[in-house]
Design a protein. Sequence first.
Length: 213
Amino acid sequence: MRTKLHQAALSTFFLSFYLIAAPELNAGVNQPQASLAPSPASAEEEPDSGSVLDNVYRNEFFGFAYTFPKGWMVSQDHRNSHEGQPPAKPGVHILLFAFPHHNFPEISALMVRAVKLSSPDMNARQFLLDEYQAARARGAKSQGDPRELTFAGWQFFSAVFKAKVGGGMISEENIVTIQKGYALEFYFTTNQDKTFKALHKTMESLTRGTLSE
């Protein structure tokens, strides 16, 4: 019974999360399967050059490795588009989507995605300010202005939001850096304060370099 309740809660939460943080997921955007690396040719052309081993995600296109919480499940359900879905939004790549396994009443998720910039002059702070407008439109409340952070020598900007989902309150953080003409985003969302802090801390695991180096 508890498992069924947990699955129902996750289904409701993930639907809300997609609508809040990544509407492109509903458009059949591709993402890598766990432990599946693309061909070298595709790795040179697209950001979707990712693979997962245990709880470490590596991306050859951007040249980084990121360690997410142990025991979290990596979703593979959104790699293939489904019948009736519209085409994927050009320039948006879901690189990683993960969530804890059977941990009700905690409902949490993380996502890494790359969004092709419409302007080469766009910076991470400006990108987040555009996200602020979208957040306010859906009823989320920003928790202050974007703040600058540094991880693995990359400059990031972070924005934190609070939103009501399914009768409860969730916290969201969007941490963004600009790399190779893309906004590289790390999304964290959860209804648990302890998990929210732990997810932010995972950014300290970020390392740069490729598997060939």
